[in-house]
Design a protein around this ligand. Structure first.
Ligand SMILES: CC(C)(COP(=O)(O)OP(=O)(O)OC[C@H]1O[C@@H](n2cnc3c(N)ncnc32)[C@H](O)[C@@H]1OP(=O)(O)O)[C@@H](O)C(=O)NCCC(=O)NCCS
Length: 367
């Protein structure tokens, strides 16, 4: 039997940061309010494009796995902020990498994107359809955020994270000790979709070169989302653990979607998990939607939070509404096989300059 094992990991955290002090200058807020309500101190802001971040994260993940781009047979790019709708971001990334043997497609499950992508990769590997799959979560969210609206602008950051899933033909599988994906859960509730909406970037409406500010920014109902998120992640983790034949006591580390530190802590405490069992990097990254789990996984490995043979759980909820979880047993290797010097190009602007056009665009909504 074949299982999907993560053999490579990488991330791209843009060098520009939007700090809480910066936000105090842009909207009526305070460092204390943001830190207390969300756990966020700063977030990455990307001066380049989605594909640039995806390429950096992907090259780090491939180096960590000791693979060449030509070894890939599938690329899944999880994003709600692709540069263009066609060609897909995954196809642009395939071109950049020279991954000529890989099929490629985009997947949009909002903040649950990386979990949806991981389940897709693991299922295709288990079915024998693919053997080496790159899953990238990437977002340039600042494009969708109104930096005059304090309700939304404090939460989000840009970034990319990537993981390489490879087939492991361990003869002991399904022995309980063999590494790989052990259990999964995916779900959606379109009825609750109106709680998180990005009305733009779709085909709705008239053909026009005019972008309406009201329909170009992310809207969400904070408290409704908060409740859906906590309940949704708890139930999803329990279902995935059950399918893996495990319980919360068996979990070594949960790498959750970094939406809000309070959401993560509330879900973790109701699952009976201690702080040591939960990976958090939201303080320096913000909510990066589909990128948050692979970026946090990268940081967990860099800080020795994952040990050989650990039971690791990914869990997320997001727009749609969508949710999902993956339970896996980590393999023997927690170090990179190789490293890459891939990085974004130099920054020639301040964060204020980066956001100036955005603030000008949304100004009519705040007159
Ligand atoms: C957004 C969120 C941080 C707000 O925290 P909260 O504790 O629910 O805060 P509330 O919505 O109750 O707002 C409390 C007050 O703070 C105010 N407030 C909102 N944003 C603020 C900010 N950045 N600074 C200061 N005050 C702010 C509100 O206007 C409100 O004031 P009022 O009582 O005078 O109306 C929280 O609900 C959350 O994280 N929700 C999940 C959102 C999410 O993850 N979305 C991602 C998917 S799109």
């Amino acid at each position: 039997m074949t299982r999907a094992v993560i053999t490579g990991w990488g991330k791209c955290r843009p060098p520009l940061s939007l700090t809480n002090a910066d936000l105090e200058r842009l909207v009526e807020t305070s460092d204390d309010w943001i830190a207390d309500r969300t756990g966020i101190v700063e977030r990455g802001m990307c001066h380049m494009e989605t594909t640039d971040m995806a390429e950096v994260a992907a090259r780090h993940a491939l180096a960590a796995a000791g693979l060449e781009p030509t070894d890939l047979d599938l690329i899944i790019m999880c994003t709600l902020t692709p540069e263009v709708s066609c060609p897909s971001g995954a196809c642009s990334l395939q071109e950049r990498l020279g991954a000529v043997n890989a099929a490629a497609f985009d997947l949009n499950a909002a903040c649950s994107g990386f979990v949806y992508g991981s389940v897709t990769a693991a299922s295709m590997i288990a079915a024998g359809a693919k053997r080496t799959v790159l899953v990238v979560g990437v977002e340039k969210l600042h494009f969708l955020i109104d930096y005059r609206d304090r309700n939304t602008c404090v939460l989000f950051g840009d970034g990319a994270g990537a993981a390489v899933y490879q087939a492991s033909d361990d003869p002991d599988v399904p022995d309980a000790g063999a590494p790989g994906v052990l259990g999964t859960d995916l779900g959606a509730d379109g009825v609750a979709g109106s709680t998180m909406v990005v009305p733009t970037l779709g085909s709705r409406g008239e053909l026009s070169s005019f972008r309406d500010p009201e329909h170009s920014r992310l809207h969400f109902e904070g408290q409704a989302v908060f409740k859906i998120a906590v309940r949704g992640m708890i139930d999803s983790v329990c279902r995935a653990l059950d399918r893996a034949g495990l319980t919360a006591d068996d979990v070594d580390l949960v790498v959750p979607h970094q939406a809000n530190e309070r959401i993560v802590r509330a879900a973790a405490s109701r699952l009976g998990l201690t702080e040591d069992q939960v990976m958090l990097n939201i303080a320096t990254h913000g909510n990066t939607s589909a990128a948050s789990i692979p970026m946090a996984l990268n940081d967990a490995l860099d800080t020795a939070r994952v040990r050989p043979g650990d039971i690791v759980v990914f869990t997320a909820f997001g727009g749609g509404v969508t949710w999902g979880s993956v339970v896996l047993r980590w393999g023997d290797r927690v170090e990179r096989l190789g490293t890459s010097d891939a990085a974004l190009g130099p920054v020639d602007m301040t964060v204020d300059e980066l956001l100036a056009r955005n603030r000008e665009f949304f100004a009519p909504l705040h007159d």
